[in-house]
Design a protein around this ligand. Sequence first.
Ligand code: NAD
Length: 365
Amino acid sequence: MLLKITALPGDGIGPEVTDEGIRILKCVAEIFRHELSVSTMPIGGAALLASNDPLPEVTLKECLSSGAVLLGAVGGPSFDNFPRHLRPESGLLRLRRELGVFANLRPAVCFAGMEDASPLRAEIVRGTDILVVRELLGGIYFGEPRGTQGSAPDRVAVDTMRYAESEIERIAHVALELAKGRRGKVTSVDKANVLDCSRLWREVVTRVGRQYPEVNLDHMYVDSAAMALVANPANFDVLLTENMFGDILSDQAGGIVGSLGMLASASIGGRVGLYEPVHGSAPNIAGRGIANPVGSILSVAMMLQHSFGLEKEAAAVTRAVSGVLRGGARTRDLAKPGQAALSTSEMGNRIEEAVRRGTGQEVAI
Ligand code: NAD
Protein backbone atom coordinates (compact mmCIF):
# COMPACT_ATOMS: atom_id res chain seq x y z
CA MET A 1 0.00 0.00 0.00
CA LEU A 2 1.15 3.57 -0.64
CA LEU A 3 1.30 5.51 2.64
CA LYS A 4 1.29 9.13 1.50
CA ILE A 5 1.81 11.26 4.59
CA THR A 6 2.12 14.98 5.18
CA ALA A 7 4.30 15.72 8.22
CA LEU A 8 3.74 19.04 9.98
CA PRO A 9 6.46 19.17 12.67
CA GLY A 10 5.58 22.73 13.79
CA ASP A 11 7.22 24.40 16.77
CA GLY A 12 9.16 23.64 19.95
CA ILE A 13 9.46 19.91 20.57
CA GLY A 14 7.14 19.24 17.59
CA PRO A 15 10.00 18.50 15.15
CA GLU A 16 11.86 16.35 17.73
CA VAL A 17 8.92 14.03 18.45
CA THR A 18 7.70 13.98 14.83
CA ASP A 19 11.14 12.71 13.73
CA GLU A 20 10.61 9.68 15.97
CA GLY A 21 7.07 9.14 14.67
CA ILE A 22 8.41 9.16 11.10
CA ARG A 23 11.23 6.79 12.11
CA ILE A 24 8.60 4.27 13.26
CA LEU A 25 6.54 4.78 10.09
CA LYS A 26 9.63 4.07 7.97
CA CYS A 27 10.36 0.95 9.98
CA VAL A 28 6.76 -0.33 9.65
CA ALA A 29 6.72 0.43 5.91
CA GLU A 30 9.96 -1.50 5.44
CA ILE A 31 8.89 -4.54 7.49
CA PHE A 32 5.38 -4.82 6.09
CA ARG A 33 6.45 -3.80 2.56
CA HIS A 34 4.46 -0.62 2.12
CA GLU A 35 5.62 2.32 0.04
CA LEU A 36 6.07 5.41 2.20
CA SER A 37 6.08 8.98 0.90
CA VAL A 38 6.48 11.77 3.47
CA SER A 39 6.26 15.41 2.54
CA THR A 40 7.21 17.85 5.31
CA MET A 41 5.44 21.22 5.36
CA PRO A 42 5.41 24.29 7.60
CA ILE A 43 2.63 25.10 10.08
CA GLY A 44 2.24 27.27 13.19
CA GLY A 45 4.96 29.66 14.33
CA ALA A 46 7.51 28.27 11.87
CA ALA A 47 5.11 29.04 8.99
CA LEU A 48 4.23 32.45 10.43
CA LEU A 49 7.86 33.51 10.47
CA ALA A 50 8.42 32.26 6.93
CA SER A 51 5.20 33.44 5.24
CA ASN A 52 3.09 35.40 7.73
CA ASP A 53 0.40 32.69 7.68
CA PRO A 54 0.12 29.92 10.31
CA LEU A 55 -1.47 27.62 7.71
CA PRO A 56 0.00 28.48 4.28
CA GLU A 57 -2.08 27.53 1.26
CA VAL A 58 0.64 25.12 0.03
CA THR A 59 0.55 23.28 3.37
CA LEU A 60 -3.22 22.91 3.28
CA LYS A 61 -3.13 21.73 -0.34
CA GLU A 62 -0.50 19.12 0.47
CA CYS A 63 -2.51 17.88 3.49
CA LEU A 64 -5.68 17.57 1.42
CA SER A 65 -3.87 15.50 -1.21
CA SER A 66 -2.32 13.05 1.25
CA GLY A 67 -3.61 9.89 2.93
CA ALA A 68 -3.02 11.20 6.47
CA VAL A 69 -1.40 14.07 8.34
CA LEU A 70 1.03 13.74 11.25
CA LEU A 71 1.37 16.92 13.30
CA GLY A 72 3.91 17.72 16.04
CA ALA A 73 2.82 20.80 17.98
CA VAL A 74 2.36 24.51 17.38
CA GLY A 75 2.83 27.64 19.46
CA GLY A 76 5.31 29.27 21.77
CA PRO A 77 5.76 32.31 23.99
CA SER A 78 7.19 34.49 21.19
CA PHE A 79 3.78 34.40 19.45
CA ASP A 80 1.64 35.11 22.52
CA ASN A 81 1.08 38.77 21.62
CA PHE A 82 0.24 38.20 17.94
CA PRO A 83 -3.36 39.03 16.91
CA ARG A 84 -5.70 36.02 17.13
CA HIS A 85 -5.78 35.23 13.38
CA LEU A 86 -1.97 35.30 13.30
CA ARG A 87 -1.44 32.96 16.26
CA PRO A 88 0.07 29.52 15.53
CA GLU A 89 -2.95 27.81 17.14
CA SER A 90 -5.39 29.42 14.67
CA GLY A 91 -3.52 27.58 11.88
CA LEU A 92 -4.24 24.28 13.61
CA LEU A 93 -7.91 25.09 14.26
CA ARG A 94 -8.32 26.05 10.60
CA LEU A 95 -6.62 22.84 9.49
CA ARG A 96 -9.04 20.72 11.57
CA ARG A 97 -11.99 22.59 10.06
CA GLU A 98 -10.68 22.38 6.50
CA LEU A 99 -10.08 18.64 6.84
CA GLY A 100 -13.66 18.26 8.16
CA VAL A 101 -12.57 15.95 10.98
CA PHE A 102 -15.60 15.70 13.27
CA ALA A 103 -14.51 12.77 15.45
CA ASN A 104 -11.68 13.18 17.90
CA LEU A 105 -10.33 9.95 19.39
CA ARG A 106 -8.20 10.10 22.52
CA PRO A 107 -7.06 6.83 24.08
CA ALA A 108 -6.11 6.84 27.76
CA VAL A 109 -4.24 3.62 28.46
CA CYS A 110 -2.39 2.64 31.61
CA PHE A 111 0.46 0.50 30.26
CA ALA A 112 1.67 -2.33 32.50
CA GLY A 113 4.48 -1.05 34.70
CA MET A 114 3.34 2.58 34.35
CA GLU A 115 0.83 2.55 37.23
CA ASP A 116 3.05 4.75 39.36
CA ALA A 117 2.90 7.56 36.74
CA SER A 118 -0.76 8.00 37.71
CA PRO A 119 -1.93 10.29 40.50
CA LEU A 120 -4.37 7.49 41.43
CA ARG A 121 -3.50 4.38 43.43
CA ALA A 122 -2.06 1.57 41.31
CA GLU A 123 -4.92 -0.82 42.08
CA ILE A 124 -7.45 1.77 40.83
CA VAL A 125 -5.70 2.71 37.58
CA ARG A 126 -4.38 -0.76 36.62
CA GLY A 127 -6.04 -2.10 33.48
CA THR A 128 -7.43 1.27 32.38
CA ASP A 129 -7.94 1.33 28.62
CA ILE A 130 -10.40 4.07 27.62
CA LEU A 131 -11.11 5.50 24.19
CA VAL A 132 -12.73 8.93 24.42
CA VAL A 133 -14.72 9.69 21.26
CA ARG A 134 -15.43 13.42 21.22
CA GLU A 135 -17.61 15.30 18.73
CA LEU A 136 -15.25 17.98 17.41
CA LEU A 137 -17.08 20.34 15.07
CA GLY A 138 -20.37 21.14 16.82
CA GLY A 139 -21.84 22.14 20.19
CA ILE A 140 -21.10 25.22 22.23
CA TYR A 141 -17.70 25.90 20.64
CA PHE A 142 -19.33 26.64 17.29
CA GLY A 143 -23.02 27.50 18.00
CA GLU A 144 -24.44 30.92 17.08
CA PRO A 145 -25.30 33.45 18.40
CA ARG A 146 -22.22 34.10 20.49
CA GLY A 147 -20.51 37.19 21.83
CA THR A 148 -20.42 39.82 24.54
CA GLN A 149 -22.80 42.76 24.56
CA GLY A 150 -23.08 45.98 26.54
CA SER A 151 -20.45 47.78 28.51
CA ALA A 152 -18.91 47.14 31.91
CA PRO A 153 -20.16 46.61 34.54
CA ASP A 154 -23.35 45.46 32.76
CA ARG A 155 -21.92 43.27 30.00
CA VAL A 156 -23.71 40.07 29.05
CA ALA A 157 -21.95 37.17 27.31
CA VAL A 158 -23.71 34.46 25.30
CA ASP A 159 -22.59 31.10 23.89
CA THR A 160 -24.97 28.73 22.18
CA MET A 161 -24.97 24.94 22.43
CA ARG A 162 -26.51 23.54 19.29
CA TYR A 163 -26.62 20.02 17.84
CA ALA A 164 -28.34 18.69 14.75
CA GLU A 165 -29.53 15.05 14.76
CA SER A 166 -27.22 14.30 11.83
CA GLU A 167 -24.17 15.51 13.80
CA ILE A 168 -25.08 13.25 16.73
CA GLU A 169 -25.85 10.30 14.47
CA ARG A 170 -22.49 10.35 12.65
CA ILE A 171 -20.39 10.51 15.83
CA ALA A 172 -22.52 7.79 17.48
CA HIS A 173 -21.77 5.49 14.53
CA VAL A 174 -18.02 6.15 14.94
CA ALA A 175 -18.10 5.23 18.65
CA LEU A 176 -20.31 2.16 18.24
CA GLU A 177 -18.23 0.85 15.30
CA LEU A 178 -15.00 1.28 17.27
CA ALA A 179 -16.48 -0.50 20.30
CA LYS A 180 -17.04 -3.62 18.14
CA GLY A 181 -13.26 -3.96 17.78
CA ARG A 182 -12.68 -3.40 21.51
CA ARG A 183 -14.54 -4.68 24.57
CA GLY A 184 -17.96 -3.91 23.08
CA LYS A 185 -19.07 -1.21 25.51
CA VAL A 186 -20.04 2.43 24.89
CA THR A 187 -20.84 4.90 27.66
CA SER A 188 -22.54 7.96 26.20
CA VAL A 189 -22.09 11.02 28.39
CA ASP A 190 -24.54 13.94 28.46
CA LYS A 191 -26.48 16.21 30.80
CA ALA A 192 -29.95 15.10 29.73
CA ASN A 193 -31.46 16.03 33.09
CA VAL A 194 -30.83 19.72 32.30
CA LEU A 195 -29.99 20.39 28.62
CA ASP A 196 -32.24 20.04 25.56
CA CYS A 197 -29.17 19.33 23.44
CA SER A 198 -28.37 16.42 25.73
CA ARG A 199 -31.92 15.05 25.60
CA LEU A 200 -31.68 15.02 21.80
CA TRP A 201 -28.19 13.51 22.10
CA ARG A 202 -29.45 10.66 24.31
CA GLU A 203 -32.47 9.96 22.09
CA VAL A 204 -30.39 9.83 18.88
CA VAL A 205 -27.54 7.79 20.40
CA THR A 206 -30.08 5.28 21.77
CA ARG A 207 -31.69 5.00 18.32
CA VAL A 208 -28.34 4.49 16.56
CA GLY A 209 -27.31 2.03 19.29
CA ARG A 210 -30.17 -0.31 18.28
CA GLN A 211 -28.28 -0.95 15.04
CA TYR A 212 -25.42 -2.40 17.10
CA PRO A 213 -26.97 -5.20 19.19
CA GLU A 214 -23.50 -6.60 19.91
CA VAL A 215 -22.49 -3.35 21.68
CA ASN A 216 -23.52 -2.70 25.26
CA LEU A 217 -24.60 0.98 25.33
CA ASP A 218 -25.24 2.88 28.53
CA HIS A 219 -25.70 6.56 29.40
CA MET A 220 -24.24 8.69 32.15
CA TYR A 221 -24.62 12.30 33.23
CA VAL A 222 -21.39 14.19 32.81
CA ASP A 223 -21.02 14.91 36.54
CA SER A 224 -21.34 11.21 37.43
CA ALA A 225 -18.98 10.31 34.60
CA ALA A 226 -16.34 12.71 35.94
CA MET A 227 -16.57 11.00 39.32
CA ALA A 228 -16.63 7.45 37.91
CA LEU A 229 -13.54 8.23 35.80
CA VAL A 230 -11.43 8.75 38.91
CA ALA A 231 -13.21 6.19 41.11
CA ASN A 232 -13.20 3.33 38.63
CA PRO A 233 -11.48 4.21 35.34
CA ALA A 234 -10.92 0.58 34.32
CA ASN A 235 -14.71 0.17 34.00
CA PHE A 236 -14.86 2.40 30.89
CA ASP A 237 -14.29 1.16 27.36
CA VAL A 238 -15.49 3.71 24.75
CA LEU A 239 -16.66 7.02 26.22
CA LEU A 240 -18.77 8.93 23.67
CA THR A 241 -19.57 12.57 24.24
CA GLU A 242 -20.15 16.03 22.77
CA ASN A 243 -17.53 18.68 22.14
CA MET A 244 -17.15 20.56 25.44
CA PHE A 245 -17.73 17.57 27.75
CA GLY A 246 -15.22 15.64 25.62
CA ASP A 247 -12.66 18.43 25.85
CA ILE A 248 -12.78 18.24 29.64
CA LEU A 249 -13.19 14.48 30.13
CA SER A 250 -10.45 13.54 27.64
CA ASP A 251 -7.95 15.67 29.58
CA GLN A 252 -9.17 14.12 32.81
CA ALA A 253 -8.78 10.61 31.38
CA GLY A 254 -5.27 11.54 30.17
CA GLY A 255 -4.36 12.90 33.59
CA ILE A 256 -5.46 9.67 35.22
CA VAL A 257 -2.98 7.55 33.26
CA GLY A 258 -0.02 9.89 33.76
CA SER A 259 2.41 11.85 31.60
CA LEU A 260 1.22 14.25 28.93
CA GLY A 261 4.06 13.06 26.69
CA MET A 262 2.41 9.63 26.33
CA LEU A 263 -0.95 10.71 24.96
CA ALA A 264 -1.93 10.33 21.29
CA SER A 265 -4.93 11.53 19.33
CA ALA A 266 -6.68 11.04 16.03
CA SER A 267 -9.18 13.36 14.38
CA ILE A 268 -11.12 11.51 11.71
CA GLY A 269 -14.35 11.44 9.74
CA GLY A 270 -13.38 14.08 7.16
CA ARG A 271 -11.41 14.03 3.92
CA VAL A 272 -8.05 13.27 5.56
CA GLY A 273 -7.25 12.10 9.10
CA LEU A 274 -5.11 14.23 11.40
CA TYR A 275 -2.90 12.54 14.00
CA GLU A 276 -1.09 14.42 16.76
CA PRO A 277 0.23 13.99 20.26
CA VAL A 278 -1.96 15.72 22.83
CA HIS A 279 0.84 17.84 24.29
CA GLY A 280 1.90 21.31 23.13
CA SER A 281 5.25 22.62 21.94
CA ALA A 282 6.81 22.46 25.44
CA PRO A 283 9.13 25.46 24.95
CA ASN A 284 10.71 24.79 28.36
CA ILE A 285 12.40 21.62 27.05
CA ALA A 286 12.56 22.31 23.29
CA GLY A 287 15.87 21.74 21.49
CA ARG A 288 17.36 19.61 24.28
CA GLY A 289 16.48 16.18 22.85
CA ILE A 290 14.73 15.06 26.05
CA ALA A 291 11.05 15.15 25.01
CA ASN A 292 9.03 11.96 25.24
CA PRO A 293 8.20 10.80 21.68
CA VAL A 294 5.63 8.16 22.73
CA GLY A 295 2.61 10.45 22.07
CA SER A 296 3.77 10.96 18.49
CA ILE A 297 4.61 7.26 18.01
CA LEU A 298 1.21 6.15 19.33
CA SER A 299 -0.39 8.73 17.01
CA VAL A 300 1.35 6.91 14.15
CA ALA A 301 -0.22 3.64 15.38
CA MET A 302 -3.63 5.34 15.29
CA MET A 303 -2.92 6.60 11.76
CA LEU A 304 -2.05 3.10 10.54
CA GLN A 305 -5.30 1.78 12.03
CA HIS A 306 -7.78 4.53 11.17
CA SER A 307 -6.52 6.07 7.92
CA PHE A 308 -5.01 2.99 6.29
CA GLY A 309 -6.90 0.11 7.96
CA LEU A 310 -3.57 -1.55 8.80
CA GLU A 311 -4.56 -3.27 12.06
CA LYS A 312 -1.55 -5.63 12.24
CA GLU A 313 0.91 -2.79 11.69
CA ALA A 314 -0.83 -0.59 14.27
CA ALA A 315 -0.82 -3.41 16.83
CA ALA A 316 2.90 -4.02 16.20
CA VAL A 317 3.66 -0.40 17.13
CA THR A 318 1.43 -0.37 20.23
CA ARG A 319 2.88 -3.69 21.39
CA ALA A 320 6.42 -2.35 20.93
CA VAL A 321 5.66 0.77 23.01
CA SER A 322 4.05 -1.34 25.70
CA GLY A 323 7.00 -3.79 25.78
CA VAL A 324 9.62 -1.05 25.95
CA LEU A 325 7.80 0.66 28.84
CA ARG A 326 7.33 -2.67 30.64
CA GLY A 327 11.08 -3.22 30.22
CA GLY A 328 11.72 0.01 32.17
CA ALA A 329 12.68 2.48 29.38
CA ARG A 330 11.88 5.99 30.57
CA THR A 331 12.35 9.48 29.15
CA ARG A 332 13.03 12.27 31.63
CA ASP A 333 9.33 13.06 32.22
CA LEU A 334 8.73 9.44 33.30
CA ALA A 335 11.95 8.64 35.17
CA LYS A 336 11.90 8.50 38.96
CA PRO A 337 14.67 10.32 40.85
CA GLY A 338 17.92 8.42 40.38
CA GLN A 339 16.56 6.44 37.42
CA ALA A 340 18.44 6.77 34.11
CA ALA A 341 16.54 8.73 31.44
CA LEU A 342 16.66 8.11 27.70
CA SER A 343 16.85 10.91 25.15
CA THR A 344 14.07 11.41 22.59
CA SER A 345 15.97 9.55 19.88
CA GLU A 346 17.12 6.76 22.23
CA MET A 347 13.47 6.11 23.15
CA GLY A 348 12.55 6.10 19.44
CA ASN A 349 15.41 3.70 18.81
CA ARG A 350 14.25 1.31 21.55
CA ILE A 351 10.74 1.30 20.15
CA GLU A 352 12.01 0.69 16.62
CA GLU A 353 14.08 -2.25 17.87
CA ALA A 354 11.01 -3.61 19.66
CA VAL A 355 8.88 -3.31 16.50
CA ARG A 356 11.55 -5.25 14.60
CA ARG A 357 11.90 -7.89 17.34
CA GLY A 358 8.13 -8.25 17.66
CA THR A 359 7.76 -8.87 13.92
CA GLY A 360 10.73 -11.21 13.61
CA GLN A 361 12.81 -8.60 11.77
CA GLU A 362 15.58 -8.21 14.31
CA VAL A 363 18.49 -6.29 12.81
CA ALA A 364 21.20 -4.11 14.24
CA ILE A 365 20.22 -0.43 14.08
P1 NAD B 1 2.75 21.77 26.81
O1 NAD B 1 1.95 20.56 26.54
O2 NAD B 1 3.60 22.25 25.71
O3 NAD B 1 3.68 21.53 28.11
C1 NAD B 1 3.16 21.31 29.42
C2 NAD B 1 4.23 20.61 30.27
O4 NAD B 1 4.38 19.26 29.85
C3 NAD B 1 5.62 21.24 30.15
O5 NAD B 1 6.27 21.14 31.40
C4 NAD B 1 6.32 20.37 29.14
O6 NAD B 1 7.73 20.34 29.29
C5 NAD B 1 5.71 19.00 29.43
N1 NAD B 1 5.64 18.19 28.21
C6 NAD B 1 4.78 18.34 27.18
N2 NAD B 1 5.01 17.44 26.24
C7 NAD B 1 6.06 16.70 26.67
C8 NAD B 1 6.77 15.60 26.10
N3 NAD B 1 6.48 15.08 24.89
N4 NAD B 1 7.82 15.09 26.82
C9 NAD B 1 8.13 15.58 28.02
N5 NAD B 1 7.47 16.60 28.61
C10 NAD B 1 6.46 17.16 27.93
O7 NAD B 1 1.73 22.92 27.26
P2 NAD B 1 2.01 24.47 27.50
O8 NAD B 1 3.34 24.67 28.13
O9 NAD B 1 0.79 24.95 28.19
O10 NAD B 1 1.99 25.11 26.04
C11 NAD B 1 3.17 25.44 25.31
C12 NAD B 1 2.74 25.94 23.93
O11 NAD B 1 2.11 24.88 23.21
C13 NAD B 1 1.73 27.09 23.97
O12 NAD B 1 2.07 28.02 22.96
C14 NAD B 1 0.40 26.42 23.67
O13 NAD B 1 -0.50 27.30 23.06
C15 NAD B 1 0.85 25.34 22.70
N6 NAD B 1 -0.06 24.17 22.62
C16 NAD B 1 -0.17 23.57 21.40
C17 NAD B 1 -0.93 22.42 21.28
C18 NAD B 1 -0.98 21.74 19.95
O14 NAD B 1 -0.15 22.02 19.09
N7 NAD B 1 -1.91 20.83 19.73
C19 NAD B 1 -1.58 21.87 22.40
C20 NAD B 1 -1.41 22.49 23.64
C21 NAD B 1 -0.65 23.65 23.74
